[in-house]
Design a protein around this ligand. Structure first.
Ligand SMILES: [Zn+2]
Length: 496
């Protein structure tokens, strides 16, 4: 082990411990909040969904080979102003292959990620007349015989097999569960050219448009299956306007469900001594964010405890919560953070590679506001802000001590950060503190109202740093441009 990796591990351990330090016993909670019933006209969702493409997936899982055979039909709509002569897809199965140029996990996390040592996964297409490119063969190009004019749609067929690695990650299997995140061919965003990005172990390297999904899954008997969709017949799921469709399978899931308005929240868990509390946290978060921002539009939300390297992961109408999070209050915080992503990343999209600070900063800020407004958890907006300030100070002190360069710049691409901790500090901690700084001027209630306006304006669309700034300015009546520019450029002592 070299010194650099030792330092990284030490910093990671200290920063994570500080970011996630919790000491309050969850069993003391008295969750008695009355859930306001959000109104959620499904027909409105379906009406809006007609303007978006559809992905039909016919999946067959082989337990013996740990592989998923998929037939995919994508109804692709040209939303651009240009004629398109090909359509591109990301197929991330190959990010897990041996000697990947952009490996799925950071070198320092390999031991933790692979429970039985490194194991390769891959994806192989059997579709004629397509091109597979990218450094790790994660990019599919489907040439079109005739140019697709703006507004036109086309059905494109793909067939492929995804071999899962034995890894605690988005896509992989363990003794406990089979994680099927980012398993299908995901249409690349076209915005003045195809916005292709390699997989990267920093952050969530995705930039997805909403799609409608129609998914069938054939799997061996005995599996319980959590998905992003609603089951309309056995193993047949549909979902509207989701940025991702994920599934998790396990033979060992226990489940608890509760209704919040028109949404059925189901908690799939493997090892949780207080599953009622975890489900209530999820329901409270869903109700609070629905009432505060815009209604959660889907009829299901699956909260899934599974093997996962990081704390959690957000997908459309489904979140992973890691089995490795053993501190009970920290676990509840991960549930709230991932559910906050249903608004920030999910309903309001952003380029998670170019501007990860937007969705992570908002998810962290909203988690803090959730705790502020739910005193039974014993945390406040101020206490979480202080925790983040301390984490940053500790990170910078250690980096200074070892003369390791770091940046306070928050507008870096996720893959430009030199180490995962720097990424975490700048997107999560500094991101949360940016919104906290605004609350110090206007109060969190006013910022929440401005975020409701932002959510309404950009629902099912993409926001950027500029459009977020303008949406907040519209509602708050403050000139935020200078403040935001300074803060994001690394001058975090700038005041509003
Ligand atoms: Zn997050």
């Amino acid at each position: 082990m070299n010194m650099k990796s030792k330092i990284k591990r030490r910093i990671l351990a200290i920063v994570l411990a500080t970011l996630l330090t919790t000491a309050i016993v969850v069993s003391a909670f008295g969750i008695s909040q009355t859930l306001k019933q959000p109104t959620k006209p499904l027909s409105a969702l379906q009406t809006t969904a007609q303007n978006y493409g559809t992905i039909k997936l016919d999946c067959n899982y082989s337990e013996d080979s740990h592989s998923l055979a998929v037939k995919q039909t994508t109804t692709y709509i040209n939303h651009s102003t240009q004629t398109l002569y090909d359509v591109k897809f990301h197929l991330y199965g190959n990010a897990y292959r041996e000697k990947a140029v952009f490996p799925a996990v950071a070198p320092t996390e390999v031991d933790r990620a692979y429970p039985n040592g490194f194991d390769a996964g891959y994806a192989k297409t059997t579709t004629p007349k397509i091109y597979v490119g990218g450094d790790d063969k994660t990019l599919i190009t489907v040439p079109l015989a005739v140019g697709l004019e703006p507004g036109e749609k086309i059905d494109l067929d793909l067939q492929y097999t995804v071999k899962l690695a034995n890894i605690k990650h988005r896509l992989g299997y363990t003794d406990n569960a089979v994680n099927l995140g980012n398993f299908y061919a995901i249409p690349v965003v076209y915005d003045n050219g195809w916005q292709t990005y390699d997989y990267n172990y920093n952050g969530d390297p995705f930039y997805n448009e909403p799609y409608n999904f129609d998914v069938t899954l054939t799997a061996p008997a005995g599996y319980q299956i959590a998905t992003s969709g609603t089951e309309i017949e056995p193993h047949h799921y549909v979902g509207y306007l989701l940025r991702d469709f994920a599934m998790v399978m396990s033979r060992d899931f226990k489940t608890l469900s509760r209704q919040v308005g028109d949404t059925t929240v189901t908690y799939y868990y493997l090892n949780d001594e207080i599953p009622d509390i975890s489900l209530y946290t999820a329901c409270n978060a869903l109700a609070y964010f629905s009432n505060t921002f815009i209604d959660y539009p889907y009829s299901t939300l699956s909260v899934v405890q599974t093997d996962f390297l990081q704390g959690g992961m957000e997908y459309g109408a489904l979140v992973y919560i890691s089995l490795d999070v053993t501190d009970q209050l920290q676990y509840q915080g991960v549930i709230v953070h991932e559910i906050a992503h249903q608004w920030w990343y999910g309903l309001v999209g952003n380029n998670q590679i170019r501007t990860p600070w937007i969705d992570e900063g908002l998810a962290e800020y909203c988690t803090a506001v959730f705790f502020e407004t739910h005193p039974q958890y014993g945390k406040t907006l101020d206490s979480i802000a202080t925790q983040n300030q301390n984490s940053i100070a500790m990170f910078e002190n250690i980096m200074d001590e070892y003369k390791v360069r770091y940046t306070r710049q928050m507008l870096k691409r996720a893959d430009e950060y030199r180490m995962p901790t720097e990424y975490t500090i700048n997107t999560y901690a500094r991101g949360m503190l940016l919104f906290y700084a605004i609350t110090e001027k206007v109060g969190y209630e006013n910022l929440n109202q401005a975020l409701a306006h932002y959510a309404t304006t950009y629902c099912y669309k993409f926001a950027t740093t500029n459009t977020l700034t303008r949406a907040l300015e519209d509602e708050l009546g403050y000139d935020l441009v200078n403040f935001m520019n300074n803060y994001l450029a690394g001058r975090q002592d700038s005041v509003l």
